[in-house]
Design a binder for this molecule. Structure first.
Ligand code: TEU
Length: 548
C-alpha cells in the first residue's frame, strides 16, 4: 500500500476567533495561537488546520473573503502569520489553511466589479441569470435560509449565493476564475503552508441548466475535471495534504474525489454520520435521538468501502457542529469525562486521519447559558430563527430555542476554556469577548487537565502516542462485530497477525459483552480497573493481540 505522511497524522483544528486573544480586543488572533503552540504540541498532534484568517467583512465569520492575499486585521498581520508558521514548523507542527473558493465576499474586488454592469470584464466571474417568468431562475435554497438567488435592481438579473447574500458563488466555468484561484493557492504554498482544507469544494461546478429546480448544486458535471486541473496546476508540485469538505457525498463519491489514484484530493469530509440525528425535512432544527445502529452502519460502510482505495477523515466535531459529548455522549457530571473519552476512542481507533476540534480534547460541551437569541452570533442560527419562527411560523420560539441549544454552530464557537479565571483565560478579565464564554469553564478547562493523568486531555494524548507506536491503528482494516446491537459498538482492526478490538458502551447501563479475541490485552480504557465480560456505563476498552 502506498503510504503518505498525512495518513499517519492527527490534525488539530483551531478556530482563530475563539482560541486565544493576545491584544485584549475580545477576538482571538494569530499571536494568541502562537502563544498556545506548546499546548497543541503537548497533545501530540501533527497538523493544525486554521479556519479562515483572510480579510473579510465577517458576515459568516471569515467564510466570506474580500481579499485572499491579506490577513484579517483583527487576527493580525502577514508578519504575525509568518511568525506563527515559523514557530509551528520549529515545533514540528504543520499548518493547513482553509481555502474558500466556491464563493467570495460581495465586497471582494471581483464582485464589486462584476456588479457594475453586464459588460464588465468580471461580470462572468459570478453566476448571473435573467429572471424566469419574473421570478428566481430555480427554487434552490440558501443554506442560510431563503432563496439562493438575490435580485440586483441595477442590472435586472439575479446572482447565485448558496450561502448568505454576501457570499456570491464564483463561476468556475470561467477559465480566468480558475487561473486566478490557482495562482493564489501557489502563493500560499510558496509561503510554506502544508495544505488546504477546501470549503464546500464539491459545489464548484453548477448544472448546465440553472432553470431546472430538480438539479442539485453539489457534485456538478465538471467538478472532477476542475479538481484534476487544480491538482495538475498546483497540488501535485507540493508535498501537502488536502481535504475537501463535501456535503451530500457517499463512499462511492469519495473513491473518485479522494481515491489513491484519482489525482484530485487526499481526503474528504463527508456528512452522512452527522445527519443521523436530524429530521429529513427541518434538519437539525428538529433533532431526533441517536440510533446507534444507524451511526455504526454509516461509519462502518465508509471504513469498508474506502479500505485500500481511499482514505477516511475521522471527525465528530468542527466549527459547524455541536459538541460531541453533549450530542452522542452524556454531559452530566457523572458521565461527562467517561463518555467524552469513549467517543474519542471509538473515532480515533477507526482507519483514517483523525481531526480534533479545539476544546474536544478537554470535553468542552454545548453552551447552556445562552438563553436568548441575542446571545447567538452565527448567521445560520439567526437566519433560521427568523425564518422558521418569525416569518413562517413553522416552529414555536420554545421549540426553536431548544433546537438551537442542541444544534447551533455557536456551541462549537464559544471561547476555548483555558483556565478558571474570568473569561476562561481566553481574553483579559475586563474585556467582553465577541461571543459569551460557556459558564462551565470553572470546571471544564485545560489547566485542570493537562497534568492530570486521568483527564480527557491525557486520554487523547495517549491515543496519539499509541498511534505512533502501533501501525495497526493507522493501517489496519476494519470490521464491525455487532451491527444489530443498539447499545454498544464493537469493532476490530487487523494488520498482519495483529488484532485490535474496540468495545464501547454508548449507554449509562452496565452491559454484558465480552471480547471474542481471548488473550488480548488492554492498551487503553477509560476505567482504571478491568472487569471482564461486561461494559460499565460509557466504558471503552481497546485490546491488542498478536505479535506486538
Ligand atoms: O460549511 C458548509 C456547510 O455544509 C454548512 O452549511 C453546514 O451544512 C452547516 O454549517 C451545518 O449546519 C462550510 C463552512 O464550514 C461553514 O462554516 C461556512 O459557513 C460555509 O461553508 C460557507 O462558507
Amino acid at each position: 500500500m502506498e503510504k503518505h505522511w498525512w495518513q499517519e497524522a492527527v490534525v488539530y483544528q483551531v478556530y482563530p476567533r475563539s482560541f486565544q486573544d493576545s491584544n485584549g480586543d475580545g477576538v482571538g488572533d494569530l499571536q494568541g495561537i502562537r502563544r498556545r503552540l506548546p499546548y497543541i504540541k503537548e497533545l501530540g498532534v501533527d497538523v493544525i488546520w486554521l479556519n479562515p484568517i483572510y480579510s473579510s467583512p465577517d458576515d459568516d465569520n471569515g467564510y466570506d473573503i474580500s481579499d485572499y492575499e491579506s490577513i484579517q486585521p483583527a487576527f493580525g498581520t502577514m508578519s504575525d502569520f509568518e511568525d506563527l508558521l515559523h514557530d509551528a514548523h520549529t515545533l514540528g507542527l504543520k499548518i493547513v489553511m482553509d481555502l474558500v473558493v466556491n464563493h467570495t465576499s460581495d465586497e471582494h474586488y471581483w464582485f464589486t466589479e462584476s456588479k457594475k454592469d453586464k459588460n464588465n470584464q468580471y461580470r462572468d466571474y459570478y453566476i448571473w441569470h435573467d429572471p424566469v417568468n419574473g421570478h428566481e431562475p430555480n427554487t434552490w435554497h440558501s443554506s442560510f435560509s431563503g432563496s439562493a438567488w438575490q435580485f440586483d435592481e441595477h442590472s435586472g438579473q439575479y446572482y447565485l449565493h448558496l450561502f448568505s447574500t454576501k457570499q456570491p458563488d464564483l463561476n468556475w466555468d470561467n477559465k480566468n476564475v480558475r487561473r486566478n484561484i490557482f495562482s493564489m493557492m501557489r502563493k500560499w504554498l510558496d509561503r510554506g503552508i502544508d495544505g488546504f482544507r477546501m470549503d464546500v469544494i464539491n459545489d464548484i461546478s453548477k448544472p448546465a441548466d440553472l432553470t431546472d429546480s430538480h438539479s442539485s448544486p453539489a457534485n456538478g458535471p465538471h467538478v472532477h475535471e476542475y479538481l484534476q486541473e487544480m491538482n495538475q496546476a498546483v497540488l501535485q508540485d507540493y508535498d501537502i495534504m488536502t481535504v475537501g469538505e463535501m456535503g451530500g457525498t457517499t463512499p462511492q463519491d469519495a473513491l473518485q474525489y479522494a481515491g489513491f489514484k484519482t489525482h484530485e484530493l487526499n481526503m474528504i469530509f463527508q456528512f452522512q454520520h452527522m445527519d443521523v440525528d436530524a429530521d429529513p425535512e427541518l434538519g437539525k432544527w428538529r433533532p431526533k435521538s441517536l440510533d446507534i445502529r444507524e451511526l455504526k452502519r454509516i461509519m462502518s460502510q465508509w471504513q469498508i468501502e474506502l479500505d485500500g482505495k481511499a482514505w477516511n477523515s475521522l471527525y465528530w466535531n468542527n466549527h459547524d457542529q455541536p459538541r460531541i459529548v453533549s450530542r452522542f455522549g452524556n454531559d452530566t457530571s457523572k458521565y461527562w469525562a467517561l463518555s467524552a473519552k469513549m467517543l474519542g476512542a471509538v473515532l480515533h481507533y477507526q482507519q483514517g486521519t483523525p481531526y480534533i476540534y479545539q476544546g474536544e480534547e478537554i470535553g468542552m460541551t454545548n453552551v447552556k447559558n445562552f438563553t436568548d437569541i441575542s446571545d447567538y452570533r452565527d448567521i445560520e442560527t439567526l437566519n433560521a430563527f427568523h425564518d422558521l419562527v418569525e416569518a413562517r411560523h413553522i416552529l414555536t420560539t420554545t421549540d426553536m430555542m431548544n433546537a438551537i441549544q442542541r444544534s447551533s454552530r455557536d456551541n462549537a464557537r464559544t471561547p476555548m476554556q483555558w483556565d478558571a479565571t474570568a473569561n476562561a483565560g481566553f481574553t483579559s478579565a475586563n474585556v467582553t469577548p465577541w461571543i459569551k464564554v460557556n459558564s462551565n469553564y470553572t470546571e471544564i478547562n485545560a489547566i485542570a487537565q493537562v497534568s492530570d493523568p486521568n483527564s480527557i486531555f491525557s486520554f487523547y494524548k495517549k491515543m496519539n502516542l499509541l498511534r505512533r507506536q502501533y501501525p495497526i491503528i493507522t493501517y489496519g482494516n476494519y470490521s464491525l462485530l455487532n451491527p444489530d446491537d443498539d447499545e454498544s459498538w464493537i469493532y476490530q482492526r487487523r494488520l498482519d497477525d495483529q488484532v485490535l478490538t474496540v468495545m464501547a458502551n454508548f449507554t449509562s447501563k452496565t452491559l454484558s459483552r465480552s471480547n471474542p479475541d481471548l488473550g488480548a490485552r488492554i492498551i487503553q480504557s477509560n476505567y482504571t480497573d478491568e472487569v471482564v465480560n461486561s461494559l460499565r456505563p460509557y466504558e471503552v476498552k481497546v485490546f491488542l493481540s498478536g505479535d506486538i
